[in-house]
Design a protein around this ligand. Structure first.
Ligand SMILES: [Zn+2]
Length: 293
């Protein structure tokens, strides 16, 4: 078993030498740029691969990476002071919360508009996605959970009190708040991209047969085959031990399990903001054939 936990608080930056081609499409382009395995916005310069991404792939990846880092995680990052290349004036300074009146069964009744709250006074809030295990494992999945569901956490008491205030102002009994947005598709593709780049950094591009390039480059909708979680089940072979002491923004670990049930598979586990007991994502990056590794 080969595993590495990257706790970003005490990690020395690593720069991997160029594989000589784009790690996402394998093209030997002349215009390759350095690839940050873990985005600057979540860990500064932690691991990068020199000359590893072509212009075409970068344009595809950037679309969903920006969506995840700005729209999904932007206000949380700003509130907790994550590194940012964005000029201070362009960073979010407030949190936008949208309100809906609901009945006691949770059915939507009417739109109550939105409020912008200065970031310093805004409740903290994280929105992620939780999924069943990658479908390639063939494990049972609860009906209705095949695509997973939104996972969030935050300062519930503060959010409730804002909802009550809106309810009083608008004459609504039950008010639901929506903070931030998440696109499952973009978030899971971004996990795939991050896991693939991490495996390349740890093993080398020629050491495994990659499964994820079609997902990363938006060429398939079949994301759940390889991208899922471990937190919703207890399968011994793919369980990721959550480190209760884990802090920081990002934990990532690569596991090879040559004697286990999933022999030959390269698994990468990713957990964002581990101290909030967030879902542990499990990404099946590829296959180490008999002649490699
Ligand atoms: Zn490429």
């Amino acid at each position: 078993m080969n595993s590495t936990i990257i706790s970003l608080d005490n990690f020395k930056p690593i720069k991997i030498t160029s594989p000589g081609c784009c790690i996402y499409c394998n093209n030997h382009s002349e215009n390759l740029t350095d690839e940050h395995v873990i985005p600057y916005a979540l860990g500064a310069h932690v691991i990068s691969i020199k000359d590893a991404c072509c212009v075409k792939c970068q344009a595809i990846i950037q679309r969903y990476e920006q969506e995840v880092l700005k729209k999904q995680l932007g206000t949380f990052r700003a509130k907790f002071g994550a590194p940012s290349r964005t000029k201070p004036k362009d960073r979010p300074s407030e949190m936008r919360i949208t309100f809906t009146e609901i009945d006691k069964h949770g059915q939507q009744l009417r739109d109550l508009g939105y409020k912008k709250i200065p970031l310093a006074q805004a409740p903290w809030y994280i929105v992620l996605w939780e999924s069943p295990p990658p479908a390639i494992f063939g494990l049972p999945v609860a009906p209705g959970f095949e695509k997973g569901r939104l996972w969030d956490t935050g300062d519930r008491a503060a959010i409730d009190s804002i909802c009550q205030e809106v309810g009083r102002d608008k004459g609504a009994k039950f008010v639901k708040a929506q903070i931030g947005s998440i696109s499952r598709d973009m978030y899971l593709r971004w996990l795939a991209k991050t896991a693939h780049a991490f495996a390349v950094a740890q093993l080398g591009l020629d050491k495994f047969k990659p499964f994820l390039q079609d997902i990363i480059l938006n060429r398939t909708q079949e994301i759940e085959k390889y991208v899922g979680d471990t937190s919703s089940h207890k399968d011994r072979n793919i369980e990721f031990k959550c480190d209760d002491e884990a802090k920081g923004w990002f934990n990532i670990r690569l596991k090879l399990d040559p004697d286990g049930r999933y022999a030959n598979l390269v698994l990468v586990f990713i957990q964002l903001f581990p101290e909030f007991k967030t879902p542990v994502h499990c990404v099946v990056v590829g296959d180490v054939g008999v002649n490699v590794g």
